[in-house]
Design a protein around this ligand. Structure first.
Ligand code: 2AM
Ligand code: CA
Ligand code: CA
Ligand code: CA
Length: 267
């Protein structure tokens, strides 16, 4: 195994075990509001601390970017660990057992290894660039859908970027005439892992942060899929707009929503 993937897996499992332990003791979970409808808990922070600790011990010089702590610049700015210690905090707080730990390592802007770990199902999704994607050691292949007919599309509502609500609803309306149905699970990292494992056929969301999709992006790519913005470009790390699926599904999805896009979503 790639040595950095080994460390990422160790960190993700440690954090996942902690999250699973807290899931059994809801009285020990302290939730607070970061912003409008946006919650964080002591578990997010403790899981993040464990992950950073594992990485720091193995690679003290690397840079770490994580949701709750922000950027911890290391001597080496070329290697960045991009971390979401708990993706799906709202589910976690509601005791809906669907959330994950997401860890990616990017070297000069190119993602080399990725882990998404679901501690409630003990499902470990891993990928290394050029070496495929796996679930608990078994090779993953994405959906072979040829267009949107019969497809299940995962998505997330733009709960923070509410200025995009109307546009988003129009996009969903157009897509609904073409696909079979939607899933809105509350963990973007798992949505992308599910694209990689063809549990869903495609994914789209507005306004994601790098830690929401960096690991999932490599999982999708290494299972034969592509990840783009809403105009088929590679601007997702800047725009936060993410579309994923096999190349035919992404193409069909983009052309279906094309006429609905606001100017802000064309960048
Ligand atoms: P989080 O749990 O790490 O904050 C994209 O949808 C991401 O936004 C999710 O992966 C989740 O990441 C967060 N999210 C989704 N729905 C949310 C909601 N209703 N409130 C707060 N965060 C949400
Ligand atoms: Ca959050
Ligand atoms: Ca997240
Ligand atoms: Ca998070």
């Amino acid at each position: 195994m790639h040595p950095m993937l080994n460390i990422a897996v160790r960190a993700a499992r440690k954090a996942g075990n902690l999250i699973a332990k807290f899931y059994e003791t809801p009285d020990a979970v302290e939730a607070s509001q970061k912003g409008n409808n946006d919650f964080v808990t002591n578990v997010d922070r403790e899981a993040e601390h464990l992950i950073i600790d594992v990485i720091r011990k193995a690679y003290p010089q690397h840079t770490i970017i994580s949701e709750e702590r922000g950027e911890l610049a290391g001597e080496d700015q070329d290697v960045q660990w991009v971390i979401d210690p708990l993706d799906g905090t709202t589910n976690f707080i509601k005791r809906l057992p669907h959330f994950s730990v997401s860890i990616a390592v990017r070297v000069k802007g190119r993602t080399e290894v990725a882990v998404v770990y679901d501690p409630m199902r003990n499902e470990l999704f891993t990928a290394a660039r050029g070496q495929g994607a796996q679930l608990n050691g078994y090779r993953l292949r994405g959906s072979n859908a040829k267009d949107l007919s019969g497809t299940i599309l995962a998505t997330g509502f733009p709960f923070k970027a509410k200025q995009h609500s109307a546009t988003y609803i129009n996009m969903v309306g157009k897509l609904f005439t073409q696909c079979a149905d939607f899933r809105r699970t509350g963990s973007a990292a798992l949505d992308l892992a599910y694209v990689a494992s063809s549990r869903v056929d495609g994914f789209f969301e507005i306004g994601l942060k790098p830690w929401d999709f960096a690991a999932g992006e490599l999982l999708v790519r290494e299972s034969g899929g592509i990840v783009t913005d809403f105009v088929g470009g590679h601007n997702s790390y800047v725009s936060g707009n993410v579309v994923a699926g096999n190349p035919r599904v992404v193409k069909a999805l983009l052309s279906t929503v094309r006429d609905e896009l606001s100017d802000a979503l064309k960048r």
